[in-house]
Ligand binder design. Sequence first.
Ligand code: ZN
Length: 190
Amino acid sequence: MDAKSGRHWVAWANTHARNSRRVEDLDSMFRRKIEAFTDALAVGGAGIRVSATRRSPGRAYLFHWSWKIAHGRSKASEAESMAGVPIQWDHGDDRLSRAGALEMVRGFGLAVPPRSVYPPALSSNHIAGRAIDMDITWSGTLRIAKKDGAVAAIDYMHNVNSNIALHAVGASYGVLKLRSDAPHWSFNGR
Ligand SMILES: [Zn+2]
């Protein structure tokens, strides 16, 4: 395969650097907390749909540097290397290097200015396996046990970020809500 950056790296990442939505792929300590919380939710009758667990560091690396090079925030020659991801960012010509990176930004569907003015992060709780994105739904009032066994009664809210009673139950299991990101829960709330 051509090592130079370009759209073929999107296909490479979809084979070699995939994200996961399996709870089994989480960090083992966080996984135990998530399983205890989601077991309690399920016992109470809530539905859970997981959309993301552990993200690939190689994928994050490709997101980060393609975004920065495509937007002129870094020269291709300044990109760091990563073991196991043998990409060549520098085509020996700035215009071609930026064009190759831009093909990847578009192929990955990355949020670009003005929607997002920051490059995708190289590290995150998802990459460390300590975050999960999940939708939790129920109808009416959910009766759910906190970790200490006390039962909480929680009304459903369309906006989960506002449901602080649910956040408190999660916190009792060590699963903390990030209130600016609807599906996101993590070990430290970030
Ligand atoms: Zn998330």
